[in-house]
Structures are given as C-alpha cells and as structure tokens.
Design a protein around this ligand. Structure first.
Ligand code: IMP
Ligand code: MG
Length: 178
C-alpha cells in the first residue's frame, strides 16, 4: 500500500490565497486594460494559480503556455534550466505576462525571459505566486509577487515535491509536523 502523508504545516491558507490572487488580478487588469495581453502559464506548477488569476482579470486577454525544468525529483535545483516547451504563438509586438508558481534561485525565470525577449514582445512582465528572494543567485526580480516565502520547500496550490501535492488547496511546508 502506498503511504501518502500530507504535509500538515499550512503556511498560507486557501482564504488568504484567494484574497491575494483576486487583488493581484485586479491590479493586472488595470495595468493591461486596452492591451489584450498574452498571459503565459509556466507549466506545470503555475497551472492552478494561472487559472485563478486570469478568471480574476475582467479584460480581453489571450493565453498560452511554456514549460521549463531545472529540478529533478529532488528539492534542490540542478542549476541547469531546460526549456521543454517553447512559446508556440507569435509574441512579436504583444504585451506578454509570464505567470510562474515560485521563484527560487531565479535561474528558470532568467532563462525563460531571455528566450521570450528574443521574440521581441512589446512588453514582458512576470507575475509569480511565491518568491523566495533569499535564495536568489542572480538579479532577477518579478514585477508582481503574491507572497514572499521563507527558505523552506513549499507545496500545494500547484507546487509539487517530486510530482505530488499540486492538488492541495493551500500552501504547505514540507517536513514540518506542526
Ligand atoms: P529557480 O529556477 O531556482 O528559480 O526555480 C524555480 C522552480 O523551482 C519553480 O518553477 C518551481 O517549480 C521549483 N521550486 C522552487 N522552490 C520550490 C518550492 O519550495 N516548492 C516547489 N517547487 C519549487
Ligand atoms: Mg516549476
């Protein structure tokens, strides 16, 4: 029988998440009104955040997705970023908003934004659900961040540990029991 122990330590509740995501979506809608942005989901981690975020933006927008990987099945970054799914629509002259789950070392966002900039968008901004600024190895800064989190491994609301826990509705810390 598979043992599936759900991490118990809730860092951010689903209510706090809903409130902050709605607030961020409203801010983004104001920022992008009249610009018909292309909102790009960084798969898989940002899928749940992305779905909530775009439904809170009451403006015309389009969606697309990209994917990158730097983590294997561990909680430590390999340091190398591989873009496993490039953008598949023409973003030249478009206002692009990249939506990410969490920024850790900053390597993934640096690699993805550098790639997207090569396609000459009119603007490129990054909105992250969570940010661990204390872990940064470069100077990457997101334009919008819902929550700054401490240097702990967090799961839920789309974020995984070795593929699991993405479906937890709140954000939890792995490894703590209370
Ligand atoms: P970075 O390239 O080091 O900034 O790593 C970013 C990626 O690592 C994110 O897209 C996440 O998939 C993953 N990641 C970093 N920290 C966590 C965490 O605490 N929980 C789950 N995934 C994480
Ligand atoms: Mg990820």
């Amino acid at each position: 029988m598979m043992v599936y122990a759900t991490p118990e330590k809730v860092l951010i509740s689903r209510e706090e998440i809903a409130e902050k995501v709605a607030e961020t979506a409203a801010k983004l809608a104001d920022e992008y009104r009249g610009k018909k942005p292309l909102v790009v989901c960084v798969l898989n981690g940002a899928a749940i955040f992305f779905a909530d975020l775009i439904r809170g933006m009451d403006i015309p927008l389009e969606v697309s997705s990209v994917a990158a990987t730097s983590y294997g099945d561990s909680t430590e970054s390999s340091g190398e970023v591989r873009i496993t799914k490039d953008i598949d629509v023409d973003i030249k002259g478009r206002h692009v908003l990249l939506v990410e789950d969490i920024i850790d070392s900053g390597r993934t966002m640096k690699a993805l934004t550098e790639r997207l900039k090569q396609y000459r968008p009119a603007s490129l901004a990054v909105c992250a659900f969570a940010d661990k600024p204390s872990r940064r190895v470069n100077d990457f800064k997101a334009d919008y961040v819902c929550f700054e989190v401490p240097d702990r491994f967090v799961v839920g609301y789309g974020l995984d540990c070795a593929g699991l826990y993405r479906n937890l509705p709140d954000l939890r810390i792995i490894g703590d029991t209370q």
